[in-house]
Design a protein around this ligand. Structure first.
Ligand code: HEC
Length: 98
């Protein structure tokens, strides 16, 4: 378990970025608004659970989040990719944007 946690925390930075570049980059940017909201904004208002729920089932979750329509597709990610992208998004929590 300890080994797994260590491996996870050292991996998540680059793994999360890879998942982001593969699946999310077309619609989300880290600090700028794109088609979807930027990660800095998401990280400040959502928990890890909420982020993962949005990725796997956006159709139900976007309504609960206050969006009138859902424009984000659902993603079936491997468990480790889902964790990595969640960590990656949350790493923007304390990033300041001008
Ligand atoms: C086709 C464009 C598109 C892609 C690709 C996409 N998103 Fe989104 N995302 C959106 C849009 C648009 C919204 C705003 C809500 C909606 O319209 O459903 C959104 C909303 C979100 C939210 C919730 C925002 C909030 O209010 O908290 C999260 C979290 C999120 N996206 C994460 C991701 C992640 C992670 C990926 C990659 C695995 C991804 N998105 C890929 C378009 C996209």
């Amino acid at each position: 378990m300890a080994v797994w946690v260590l491996g996870f925390s050292s991996l998540s930075g680059s793994e999360g970025k890879k998942v982001f570049e593969t699946y999310c980059w077309g619609c989300h940017h880290q600090t700028a608004v794109a088609f979807g909201p930027p990660f800095v904004q998401i990280a400040k208002k959502r928990s890890a659970e909420e982020i993962q729920a949005m990725i796997t089932d956006p159709e139900s979750v976007s309504k609960a989040f206050g969006y009138k329509r859902n424009a984000m597709p659902a993603f079936k990610l491997k468990r480790e990719d889902l964790d990595a992208i969640t960590q990656y998004i949350l790493s923007y929590k304390n990033v300041k944007v001008q």
